[in-house]
Design a protein around this ligand. Structure first.
Ligand code: G3H
Ligand code: 13P
Ligand code: ZN
Length: 326
């Protein structure tokens, strides 16, 4: 196992103060997933340039892909890169969709400042039990904990949920009290991946269930809420992917208007992964199509990184309202 290290030594922060400020300021902190250097550079430079707080998210799949020790040092190097740019934005390192106490503990022990324990797929009492166990360990290390009630459709790590069920507002108060968790992910109609809604071309996806969100807010006022599955599946990148040989049909994401509305509410953290994947894939396909002689990875990874940075700045400035809050 990697050596024990506290996130505080890495220049990271937990999400407590970020969420207090987001709640007061009526915006949401972006949580962007990364698996490699170019994504990390794009996220951090985009957030530094737009002066936004940021949560760097790592899934267990990302940990396996990039190596857990390397990822941790990449995050540490990322913080130093941002400081060298003269930016002081708060940066958290968060485990996305942790599925066990052991995984959450391993992340806490190796420099994460925040962890998600996702037991949304098991019965309520079991979810409470494991979440509470993670909270107790996290408290000793001043690490934030996110949990989930309700199930999103789509792909969560290796688990594929065919069906979703919305969060039941009548359960949230007891869950938060019994677990002592710091934030709660809820299911109000978002889902993971590029295929969020079954819509025909030209049709609008159904709106999110803001009535459920409002009911949750009434029962746990001022408590930080998290929205997963919040990519907009940006049409410009879907079109670019298809133009250059890809096959993405009838995709739709969460509209920016819906996200703006959510960001003004108790939603303090918005998770975005697929939009980053789509931007990178689109630009790489375009580069391959337009410059078939190139074989230097910098020739396509560089433009892909630049496009992702622009996506990050757009979301911070125009959707989540986090720009200028770092
Ligand atoms: O919600 C899941 C995230 O998009 C992470 O996906 O497990 O493929 O890294 P991943
Ligand atoms: P998207 O697939 O909509 O980007 O959601 C990402 C997410 O929820 C990561 O936890
Ligand atoms: Zn998620």
């Amino acid at each position: 196992m990697a050596d024990k290290v506290s996130y505080k030594e890495l220049g990271l922060v937990n999400t407590k103060e970020m969420f207090t400020k987001a709640m007061k300021g009526g915006y949401a902190v972006p949580a962007y997933n990364f698996n490699n250097m170019e994504q990390l550079q794009a996220i951090l430079t985009g957030c530094a340039e737009s002066s936004s707080p940021v949560i760097l998210q790592v899934s267990s799949g990302a940990r396996k892909y990039a190596n857990q020790t390397l990822l941790r040092y990449m995050a540490m190097g990322g913080v130093q890169m941002v400081r060298a740019m003269g930016s002081n934005i708060p940066i958290a390192l968060h485990l996305d969709h942790g599925d066990s106490f052991e995984l959450a503990k391993s992340c806490i022990d190796t420099g994460f400042s925040s962890v998600m324990i996702d037991k949304s797929g098991v019965p309520f009492d079991e979810n409470v039990k494991v979440t509470k166990q993670v909270v107790e360990y996290a408290r000793e290390h001043d690490v934030s904990v996110e949990a989930e009630l309700g199930v999103l459709a789509g792909i969560e790590d290796d688990v594929k949920h065919e069906a979703s069920h919305y969060t039941r507002p009548e359960e949230v108060e007891e869950f938060v009290k019994r677990t002592g968790v710091d934030s709660l992910a809820i299911s109000i109609g978002t889902s993971h991946g590029a295929y969020k809604f079954k819509v025909k071309p030209g049709e609008q996806p159904p709106p999110l269930r803001f009535d459920i969100l409002e009911e949750v807010e009434k029962r746990i006022p001022g408590f930080p809420i998290v929205l997963h599955g919040s990519s907009s599946v940006m049409p410009e990148f879907v079109d670019m992917i298809n133009k250059f040989g890809g096959q993405l049909k009838d995709t739709a994401g969460v509209s920016e208007d819906q996200l703006r509305r959510a960001a003004r509410s108790a939603v303090c953290k918005v998770n975005i992964d697929s939009d980053g994947r789509l931007a990178v894939t689109a630009v790489i396909r375009k580069c391959f199509g337009e410059d078939p002689k190139n074989f230097d990875p910098r020739g396509y990874l560089g433009p892909a990184r630049e496009a992702l940075k622009k996506v990050i700045i757009h979301k911070n400035e125009k959707v989540l309202g986090s720009a200028g809050k770092g």
